[in-house]
Design a binder for this molecule. Structure first.
Ligand code: MRU
Length: 372
């Protein structure tokens, strides 16, 4: 997608096998500063994922895939070392399933290959994973756009379609296009009048800092709202559809996503508003139990809630305290929305019911992966 008119992906290399570095857009600096950060080692990659310089299910998967390229080099043909880098990468964030999916995919192509070819093979595979992620998101856009066109067709008065989204499931959260934003970008480029309500998404404000920035760069009309406004907007008829992303989805259609998603789904259900979740197939956890039981919910540092970060009058990124130091906070980063509250899933293969039947009809080839 475009940044000041120039096309970017979120993760890339300069395509020289000898350079051995991975470039990322540093999400911690956005929207105030656009900076490209270079990662030179597996531990740089782990730190970038754990500290959220890159974040979002697809983006951390792609970053980890490139991390495995660096791991292939640093392992020097030692498969035990390679496995231990893979384990460390997989542990860098717990909830999004794309991370383990990408690392395991790299391991499966490397394990039977001649170690002399590891770096070349791992680079090719990382690029394949990044391209696939972008293409899948583009298809999600085409499939989801139809839902927005249908809503516009059935609107009698104001033709503008109002979409509410939570957190950032935009192109920054993938290698390109995004999941929840892909239908928005596709419809906007086709000239459909749309407007997006962007949940601010405390504590880290991925909505106001990342989604609003992205939509602004693409010229999509949007308004940032505090997280607790969505229910009221739905109640007064100002939301036509909710589209969110997901970090891990069961084959039964249950969705683990950024904390607060569940509350939006409840409000949408109560107001009869369609609640869709957009995802590439790499975000399915084919073995996860019904209801999402057992999906690890990341608990992050209390300081993320205690403090807030923003731009000072002097133009510096600063954090300030929001309460007295003695206050205790809890910082659950994700919640689970049960499938009964999800109207449908928008995938690269099409839109399906959030049910085992709906999902398996679209992905019959994944049956052998389903073990629970
Ligand atoms: O904690 P984060 O910012 O890494 O959370 C992940 C997310 O970006 C959201 O949950 C998003 O809606 C789904 S990821 C495509």
């Amino acid at each position: 997608m475009n940044v000041d008119g120039k096309a970017y992906r979120t993760v890339w290399t300069d395509n020289e096998i000898s350079s051995f570095s991975v470039k990322i857009i540093d999400q911690k600096k956005l929207p105030f500063f656009f900076e490209v950060k270079e990662l030179f080692s597996v531990s740089d990659v782990i730190r970038a994922i754990a500290d959220m310089h890159v974040r979002g299910a697809g983006c951390i998967g792609v970053t980890a895939a490139y991390g495995m390229w660096l791991a292939a080099k640093e392992s020097r043909g030692d498969s035990i070392q390679l496995q231990s880098f893979a384990d460390a990468l997989m542990c860098s964030r717990p909830t999004a399933t794309n991370l383990a999916w990408a690392v395991e995919r790299q391991l499966s192509v490397l394990i039977n290959a001649d170690p002399a070819d590891w770096t070349e093979i791992a680079l090719k595979e990382a690029e394949l994973i990044a391209d696939e992620d972008a293409n899948w998101c583009r298809s999600i856009g085409e499939n989801g756009k139809e839902l927005l066109l249908d809503i516009a067709k059935n609107k009698s008065d104001d033709q503008t379609v109002n979409i509410l989204t939570h957190c950032n499931a935009g192109w920054l959260a993938f290698s390109d296009w995004g999941s929840a934003t892909a239908p928005i970008y596709a419809a906007h480029r086709d000239g459909l009048p749309i407007h997006v309500w962007v949940d601010e998404t405390r504590p880290l404000n991925q909505g106001s800092r990342l989604t609003a920035w992205e939509l602004g760069q693409e010229g999509v009309p949007h308004t940032v709202i505090a997280d607790n406004v969505g229910g009221h907007l739905m109640n007064i008829g100002k939301v036509d559809i909710v589209i969110t992303g997901t970090d891990r989805t069961t084959r039964y259609g249950d969705v683990a996503n950024k904390i607060g998603t569940y509350l939006k789904a409840l409000a949408a259900h109560d107001n009869g508003i369609p609640f869709y979740v957009a995802l590439p197939s790499s975000t399915f956890d084919w073995t996860a139990s019904e209801g999402g039981l057992g999906i690890p919910i990341e608990e992050r540092n209390q300081d993320e809630v205690r403090r807030i970060e923003g731009l000072s009058a002097a133009g510096e990124l600063i954090g300030i305290e929001l309460a007295m130091p003695c206050v205790t906070y809890a910082n659950y980063a994700f919640d689970i929305t049960p499938s009964r509250l999800v109207t449908g899933l928008i995938t690269e293969r099409g839109v399906c019911d959030a049910s085992e039947k709906g999902v398996m009809e679209l992905f019959p080839d994944k049956k052998q992966l389903c073990s629970s």
